[in-house]
Design a protein around this ligand. Structure first.
Ligand code: NAD
Length: 348
């Protein structure tokens, strides 16, 4: 029996915890905002040290989804779910509980796969709720689309920083040779960019280097290599007090969520003359793709790909706003995202 309780959190529309002691299920769903539409965000399975750590993560991710959707021009709000547990213990019962938990939001939260969850897990969730996207046979794996968005984002950042969107001759250090990082690297290499790859699994980094004619360095070295662009494509928080002083790159543009460990790190990048392409603007390709499952007429790949051009246009506007106002690009992106939310609230 699922026990659902509210967790009051200032600034969030609804945050709830659900547990089922019978199967060891423990999850939190955070809905940050539904002002622009139902809150869409993936379901992350992670072995958190505590519920507080899970709550911190889900709140930050849910808020990021509000801004990601708003900046991308989608009629979606921001939400996220986290399932607390060891990925190796995951069971059908957990995803059935998750389906019931999602259903309890009555459509104000829509889920999708995320770190450690797969389309087959979403198929189990779907047995209990219709509020799930990214099922097999619909829009498909979002990672290549996210990589495409990152590539468009990098062209915008190159235009701003180097005066040309041409990536030929640029050296890009990719941290995290996973689903997104690999395709992103291939797109850059196809245009003549050079890749330096790092991953905690050396085989993954080597595979990316082989695919792109690039080189491999260790995960502890990637921040300090000689390069034009640092592309965080692993986990969040990789821009921090330890890594910033090492950076030789003049642009940061990658797929990972929550790249800045703290907001102030955005300002530190600016002070060092490093252009930061805000993560939730750059990595919106997967969300744009999955959103297209929800629009009348159903999923259409060409329409989804065309909408991704907005990533480049939005970044150029955000860079201009940051320049004109003398603020860092992460703050400019928040302001950019706030505009649509504020306008929608004012019209309600
Ligand atoms: P993935 O799990 O396929 O790849 C991540 C890679 O990073 C793995 O190969 C992993 O071994 C490596 N890694 C982990 N820690 C590392 C470290 N400290 N140093 C170097 N490498 C490390 O994940 P993905 O789907 O490619 O997503 C990458 C990032 O982009 C994640 O932060 C994810 O939240 C974000 N993102 C992904 C999508 C998507 O569509 N997949 C969409 C938006 C954002």
């Amino acid at each position: 029996m699922l026990e659902i309780t509210d967790i009051p959190v200032e600034g969030y529309e609804k945050v709830r915890r659900a547990v089922d002691p019978n199967c060891g299920f423990h999850a939190i769903i955070a809905v940050h905002s539904t002002v622009l539409g139902p809150a869409l965000g993936g379901m992350r399975l992670w072995k958190y040290d505590s519920e507080d750590a899970a709550l911190f993560d889900v709140k930050r991710l849910a808020r990021g989804m509000t801004y990601k959707a708003s900046c991308a021009g989608l009629d979606l709000g921001g939400g996220k779910s986290v399932l607390l547990g060891d990925p190796k213990d995951k069971s059908e019962a957990w995803f059935e509980c998750m389906g019931e938990f999602v259903e309890s939001f009555g459509g104000s939260y829509i889920t999708a796969e995320d770190v450690n969850t797969k389309p087959e897990d979403m198929a189990i969730v779907h047995t209990k709720t219709d509020h799930v996207v990214g099922l097999a046979g619909r829009s498909g794996n979002p990672s290549p689309k996210t990589a495409w968005g990152c590539y468009l984002g990098l062209k915008a950042a190159a235009e701003e920083k180097f005066g040309t969107a041409d990536l030929n001759g640029l050296t890009v250090a990719i941290e995290g040779a996973g689903s997104v990082g690999t395709v992103y690297g291939e797109l850059i290499a196809k245009e003549g960019g050079k890749i330096i790859a790092a991953d905690i699994y050396e085989d993954s980094a080597k595979r990316l280097a082989d695919l792109t004619g690039g080189t491999v360095v260790g995960p502890d070295e990637i921040h300090g290599v000689d390069c034009d662009v640092y592309a965080p494509c692993a986990l969040g928080g990789s821009i921090n007090d330890q890594t910033i002083p090492q950076l030789k790159a003049r642009v940061v543009c990658g797929a990972a969520n929550n790249q800045l460990l703290e907001q102030r790190h955005g300002m530190e990048l600016r002070e060092r003359g490093i252009l930061y392409a805000p993560d939730y603007v750059v990595n919106a390709g997967g969300l744009i793709n999955v959103y297209n499952e929800l629009v009348p007429g159903g999923y259409d790949e060409d329409r989804a790909m065309a909408q991704m051009d907005k990533i480049r246009e939005n970044l150029l506007q955000i860079f201009a706003l940051a320049r004109e106002e003398g603020i860092c690009t992460s703050v400019a992106a928040d302001r950019f995202g706030d505009q649509r939310v504020a306008a929608a609230m004012a019209s309600k």
